[in-house]
Design a protein around this ligand. Structure first.
Ligand SMILES: Nc1ncnc2c1ncn2[C@@H]1O[C@H](COP(=O)(O)OP(=O)(O)OP(=O)(O)O)[C@@H](O)[C@H]1O
Ligand SMILES: [Mg+2]
Length: 194
């Protein structure tokens, strides 16, 4: 499976989602993460510690991606229309991480319009960085109600920042919510590979 994380807004959890989705897929199958963002956030994450899968730069991807069952592709924010078209063309599933604020939701709705224009239905929206107040998550879900949304949202936990800093997956950090945070991704994994 080739999964791409993309979003029209920056800082919505693309890299965090890509890293944790790759970790999920790597539990059972050979999985590689391609870092397509010139900021190299995923590569830097990997270099700071140890991830249970390989991370490679997009420029080096062609040689590395042989022999992997799953490829997760992290991309820079705000793809242009033709970049989005190429991303769609190149993946089995486009995941659009979206935070529950109006700017992110609007950006996702615009992306969905672009995807509809491309006649692409191989996408799903992942609500991320959901704060503890239940209302916020529910309102975001309502705003996106008719669209393909993952049932599970990724809640907001400081453990993710610690994981990025330590170069590990969230369940590896010393934080009382580390395991709870990882459970969101485990549940997401069941939706991804039922
Ligand atoms: N579920 C979460 N809970 C708390 N913080 C989170 C969560 N997911 C991501 N973050 C934090 O939010 C910030 C942005 O996340 P991330 O880098 O994954 O987003 P991005 O969409 O890849 O950003 P960019 O557009 O810059 O590439 C980071 O500081 C990250 O640690
Ligand atoms: Mg990123």
């Amino acid at each position: 499976m080739l999964v791409t994380c993309a979003s029209a807004k920056g800082g919505v959890g693309k890299t965090t989602s890509a890293v944790h989705i790759a970790a999920l897929l790597a539990q059972n199958d050979r999985t590689i993460l391609i870092d397509g963002d010139p900021n190299h956030s995923a590569l830097k994450w990997a270099k700071r510690g140890e991830l249970p899968f390989q991370v490679v730069d997009l420029m080096a991807a062609s040689r590395h991606t042989r022999n992997y069952e799953h490829i997760v592709f992290d991309t820079p924010a705000r793809p242009k229309q033709d970049d989005l078209e190429a991303l769609v063309e190149g993946c089995d599933l486009l995941i659009i991480p979206t935070t529950p604020d109006i700017l992110s939701i609007d950006a996702t709705l615009e992306t969905v319009d672009m995807l509809n224009a491309l006649k692409c239905d191989r996408y799903r929206i992942l609500l991320t960085i959901i704060p503890p107040s239940r209302k916020t998550g529910e309102q975001a879900r309502e705003a996106l109600a008719d669209l393909p949304l993952f049932e599970r949202s990724i809640r907001q936990y400081a453990a993710y920042e610690k994981a990025a800093l330590a170069g590990v997956i969230v369940n590896q950090v010393k934080d009382r919510n580390a395991r709870i945070a990882w459970r969101d991704f485990e549940a997401l994994g069941k939706e991804l590979l039922p």
